[in-house]
Design a protein around this ligand. Structure first.
Ligand code: ACO
Length: 450
């Protein structure tokens, strides 16, 4: 089959969130530290009534219902997560409840676990399956679901929660550009979860790994592109760019860095940067990656790239800015947003994606928007039924104290059995949300839908 890619996507985020400006006040940090310094507006969190399974169920059910996909039409289902609730039983097996009821248990795939990257690995598996001789003509579905929790301190405001469900198949309105994907995998201890609820994280190292891997992959992607197209790749060749989004400031820096690579390569040095480069950008006498970029140059680049960022990146960053780091779901939350904001105008446009997971694993690849042969998943139709911005606006903020209470509850409930969830009240969940009813003495979880 041709033009395999994303046919439709749905995002779920919990209705409970806290505003970052309120968190700044509560944490006693200078005003602007989280909202400007990290570029974040809100932080979505769950009480004990929702977990990675319930969020995945909600996102998946939304995808199937909203796009009229019968569970019988799905032949592969895979989950990307780093918030597993069990060291053996996959989240995918919980999701099978939605398929069993319809009489379909012939569904391949399990979970992909790797920090922030498992969803991308699952998308690769799903697309490869559709293109392979194993394909039986049915759709593949990938669900990314994560709850990001950090201990009190500078990393906590980068917590978040959310899930994304993607439908994968041929004749896609957003088709994967085959043969251009590039990967970098290596061993690093920037962020990992050796024990307990919270990760062991080296913040500065994780930022360094994220940005230096971006450098590596941009060069690799450009080289592959050049080999195929007979001319060099420039950022102008991408109409949109999506990045893994731990916090928005890092996304701004990442985009600025790609512009910086083009400037170095093509020598069109803007006057505003000439004085801050700490050396000549053209002759390479300034510090180059993987050296740490001088702060002054980094800031000048972010400012310089802002108008282009506004056009190419901002339209896909709203969920991540308002919900925080959703780990595997972060980058993929940008796709339904881009469809909502841009619709059929995406036809003929290229979307460049940078998916990064600590530890470390990363892939840069691209999608191309196209007019589909059949109208079922046409971009205009997807846009017309999208309600993301409306759902974000409907949320009512909770207080920083509520957030703290939820964090305490998460610590208490971690690996616990024999309890009935208490937070938030059922009234606070949006209709259609799956929730945890109880965890029994044998740690078996029961879910229901509001
Ligand atoms: N007003 C405006 N900006 C401010 C203010 C203020 N009042 N105070 C500080 N800032 C700016 C700083 O200048 C800095 O900006 P810069 O990055 O442009 O230099 C920014 O806020 C961050 O402040 P720092 O003091 O540098 O860092 P902080 O101690 O807040 O920690 C960190 C940030 C390391 C990202 C931390 O939140 C963390 O460890 N997060 C988890 C790890 C993470 O997300 N890593 C990213 C990739 S890996 C992954 O996805 C998990």
């Amino acid at each position: 089959p041709d033009n395999v890619g994303i046919l439709a996507g749905e995002v779920y985020f919990p209705s409970t969130y806290v505003r970052q400006d309120e968190l700044e006040k509560h944490d006693g940090v200078p005003s602007g530290k989280y909202t400007v310094g990290l570029g974040q507006q809100g932080l979505a969190f769950v009480g004990d009534r929702e977990d990675a399974v319930s969020m995945a169920l909600t996102a998946l059910r939304r995808l199937l219902e909203k796009h009229g996909v019968s569970p019988l039409e799905v032949g592969r289902l895979e989950v990307g997560t780093e918030s597993s609730i069990d060291a053996s039983k996959s989240i995918k097996t919980y999701l099978m409840a939605l398929f069993e009821d319809a009489g379909n248990t012939d569904v391949e795939g399990v979970d992909c676990v790797q920090a922030c990257y498992g969803g991308t690995a699952a998308v690769q598996n799903a697309a490869n399956w559709v293109e392979s001789r194993s394909w039986d003509g049915r759709f593949a579905v990938v669900v990314m679901t994560d709850i990001s929790l950090y201990p009190a301190g500078p990393a906590r405001p980068t917590s978040g929660a959310g899930a994304v469900a993607l439908l994968i198949g041929p004749d896609a309105p957003l088709a994967l550009e085959r043969g251009l994907s590039v990967t970098h995998m290596a061993h690093a201890y920037d962020f990992y979860k050796p024990s307990g609820l919270y990760p062991a994280v080296d913040g500065p190292l994780s930022v360094y790994c994220y940005l230096s891997t971006l450098d590596t992959l941009y060069a690799r992607y450009s080289a592959k592109w050049e080999k195929r197209n007979g001319r060099a790749f420039r950022l102008d060749d991408a109409d949109h760019a999506l990045f893994h989004a731990p916090y928005n400031k890092l996304v701004q820096k990442a985009f600025a860095r790609l512009m910086y690579h083009d400037i170095c390569k093509y020598g069109d040095v803007p006057a505003t940067l000439a004085g801050t480069a700490g050396g000549d950008l053209k002759d390479g006498s300034h510090p180059r990656p993987p050296m740490q970029m001088p702060t002054e140059l980094e800031r000048a680049l972010v400012t310089y790239s802002f108008p282009t960022y506004d056009k190419k990146v901002r339209p896909s960053t709203c969920v991540a800015r308002q919900c925080g780091n959703m780990y595997t779901a972060s980058i993929w939350s940008g796709i339904p947003q881009l469809i909502e904001t841009t619709g059929a105008a995406l036809e003929g446009r290229r979307i460049l994606l940078y998916s990064y997971g600590s530890g470390m694993s990363a892939t840069m690849f691209s999608l191309v928007g196209r007019a589909t042969e059949t109208p079922r998943f046409a971009l205009g139709r997807l846009q017309a039924t999208s309600d993301l911005a409306m759902r974000l606006a409907r949320r009512v903020p909770k207080s920083p104290e509520d957030f703290e209470q939820a964090m305490q509850l998460a610590e208490q409930r971690y690996c616990a059995g024999n309890y009935k969830p208490e937070m938030p009240s059922l009234e606070e969940l949006e209709p259609g949300t799956f929730y945890l009813v109880e965890v029994d003495a044998r740690y078996r979880r029961a879910y229901a839908r509001k």
